[in-house]
Design a binder for this molecule. Sequence first.
Ligand SMILES: [Zn+2]
Length: 258
Amino acid sequence: MTDRTQKSRKGHAYIVVSTNVQMREKAAYELACSFVCEQGDEFPCLECRSCREVFSGIHPDVAEITRKTDDKGKIKKEILVEQIRQMAADAYVRPQQAERKVYIIKEADLMNIQAQNAALKIFEEPPAYAVFILCSDSEESLLPTVRSRCAVIRVKGEKETEVSSLAEEYITLAAKKNQAELSAFFGKNESIDAERMGAFIESVRICLYNAATGKKNYSGFSKNDAFRLLSLCDRAEEYLRLNVGVKHIVGLFCVLTI
Ligand SMILES: [Zn+2]
């Protein structure tokens, strides 16, 4: 688990956010482990019997809520209010093995409105030992009232990691002031889509901010370079907002970086 502060606060409800389902579910299991681990440290060992039981889905105090299937074996579109009511009722039964009882709601964004309202009720007055972990693409897909009860844990998806490593590569090339290499870099990435371009600019901005404040040192890159490129980012973002073709924005970066 990456988030010390949220864990040491030992809250009752969490939203684990990532568009990468596998990664967010892994993070949800790790968080669940942190509540039932036999080592009792701040971070779960992921090796004791309890931790292993969580990952095998057999821990008696860790339950998963997923969409049900109908009579024909088809998976339902939503998580229904009855399922959440059942969870709430179960939450009042004390844990058997651990000190806490954990509920992982997979695809929490697929709870319908009634289900979310039922969840809200139990989040507002949970038994002291209960923990609820909601997995979702984004916290925006949940009701604001539900969101406000939960600590948000953002899991970095592959896409974000890829984009931020692109940003690092860009700054490193910008620092080298070698136009040929920079052109090759943008040539290789010219088919980037608008969403990733937006994320790229955001990541570049963080790198530039770190460079400008001395948090990070890119050899050959001055504070002036950082400020100049920050305004280039402003311009690129403005173009993106105005729906200028992404290829033009790539061109802008390619021509104006050095
Ligand atoms: Zn453990």
